[in-house]
Design a protein around this ligand. Sequence first.
Ligand code: CP
Ligand code: NVA
Length: 303
Amino acid sequence: MSRSFLEIDDLTPEELVAVLDASERPDPPQVLAGRGVALIFEKPSNRTRSATEMAVVQLGGHPVAIRGDEVGIDVRETAEDVGRTLACYHAAIGARVHEHAKLERMAAAVDVPVVNLLSDDAHPMQALSDLLTLRQHLGELRGRSLAWVGDYTNVARSLAIGAATLGMEVRVGAPNGYGPGALDVDRLAALGAAPLVVTRPAEAVEGVDAVVTDVWASMGQEDQAPARRQAFEGFTVDVALMDRAAPAGVFLHCLPAHRGEEVAADVVDGPRSLVWQEAANRMHVARGLLLWLFEGPEPERTA
Ligand code: CP
Ligand code: NVA
């Protein structure tokens, strides 16, 4: 049975570090030479599609991007049959879907790796990129702190689990009803990182090494945007909020960003923002994950 990657904790802590190391490996071997990777998108994408396509190319493979309505998961045929069919031609399948369960059913039905390119519940490829970006900036992440401000989205969930896995302190500042659920808190507590969850963003970001946010209305929630704008009033990450973080504290955002809503323009475009390094790293972690899946972890670092 192939290893799939549906959530960040599908990797052990050691495997997570190995994937981050593989993402920085120069001259990667052409493990996908002559092979295809199918990339299904039920939702729009700028970064994920291009980053993953180019990662496949860099490993010698051929990416085939497929719109969700072309294959019609659970509409034209079942998630299982979409996966079984694509596995006849491709070495791996990546998919961006609404219901996370579609990925789980597809992964259970096929003998090639299935990679989550974002679901309603999780965005582990983004978490890999965020953790790599933080590691490049801060060095060892154990003992460092991260504050999530705003909606506890798919991106938040994967990043918080990944950060906890690497020994980071996790804090969340979110309005009532938009923060982590009891299961999320339990999941982080099980990793030794019971999060501080508060409704005042200033409390969450006090002295932290990284402040992270995401849009207030995710893909599929567009009709809730006006209500959410009201609910998140006061949760904009602005310069005053960033000034409460550690003096060298940085800002991350998965993008797309809505300037003036979840983040002020002078933060996302300002000197503490790592968003373009974070976006560039989406390609490096896609290559690192595929390399790790097809070759196994790289030899231990000697330095
Ligand atoms: N961050 C991210 O996943 O961007 P896209 O939705 O553009 O792929
Ligand atoms: N939470 C956002 C992330 C986009 C990359 C969404 O799901 O739309």
